[in-house]
Design a protein around this ligand. Sequence first.
Ligand SMILES: Nc1ncnc2c1ncn2[C@@H]1O[C@H](COP(=O)(O)OP(=O)(O)OP(=O)(O)O)[C@@H](O)[C@H]1O
Ligand SMILES: C[C@H](N)[C@H](N)CCCCCC(=O)O
Ligand SMILES: [Mg+2]
Length: 248
Amino acid sequence: MTAAATPVVVTGTGTDVGKTIATAALAALAHSTGLDAGICKPVQTGLRPGEPGDADEAARLSGTRRVLEVRRLPDPLAPETAARVARMPQATLDELLGPIRRWLDVAQDTPAPTGRLDLIEGAGGVFVRLGTDLTVLDLARSLAAPVVVVARAGLGTLSDTELTVRAIEAGGLRCAGIVIGSWPYDPDLAERLNLKDLPRLTGVPVLGRVPAGAGQLDPEEFTRHAAEWFGVDTIGELRQSRLAAIDC
Ligand SMILES: Nc1ncnc2c1ncn2[C@@H]1O[C@H](COP(=O)(O)OP(=O)(O)OP(=O)(O)O)[C@@H](O)[C@H]1O
Ligand SMILES: C[C@H](N)[C@H](N)CCCCCC(=O)O
Ligand SMILES: [Mg+2]
């Protein structure tokens, strides 16, 4: 039986950690396994109308056609702050969930060979407010979606990543795993040891590592290599975690 749409939320240990690049890589991985990927950015900040946003960039790199950006705010700030500065109403959970659920339903109606993977990128780190008292975890909870954490490779990532994973689990959600947003060509001692310490300390697997520079590859190269950046059962772990999220 083809699994239902599997929304997966992509958060990170902060801004600029590589969420967009990792979202593109996961979408490319999904495509390589026959899944139909979709990419959603609930709230994009810091861009003017018409400028390509995170979802557009991730879709460009991964060749993903199903793209949704729900809301956009002009200043490069946390969404809640950007709305206040722009004197615009704050996003509400229903305002974001409505379009996302319709987008997911449309995906359901589109016959996909073996199912689909729908990726929802947050903004900044896990507690960044999308609206008043609204975080990407509230979206994940409403969608029973597992959460992937994009983390830095080097010294300093252990505490940041464990804090983020624990925040996800304290919110009653399942963290499906960690993706290193930018893995150096020549990892130093801390980076190499972090690969073992991250799963040991957080209790969740490192699903993959996106090589530094991958974001500068052309889409054909990016999609050709993406599967190499992840463990063999990454898609299985994401789909399995969703079931666990529903069960918990
Ligand atoms: N593996 C990579 N290869 C090349 N560039 C990368 C890689 N990872 C991150 N970058 C670059 O670092 C910057 C931040 O990455 P990215 O936009 O993915 O971060 P983010 O976590 O999505 O940020 P935001 O919180 O603004 O959404 C971008 O310019 C991106 O191109
Ligand atoms: C401007 C850019 N689009 C980022 N996604 C916004 C990140 C907000 C981070 C807020 C914070 O943690 O201080
Ligand atoms: Mg991004």
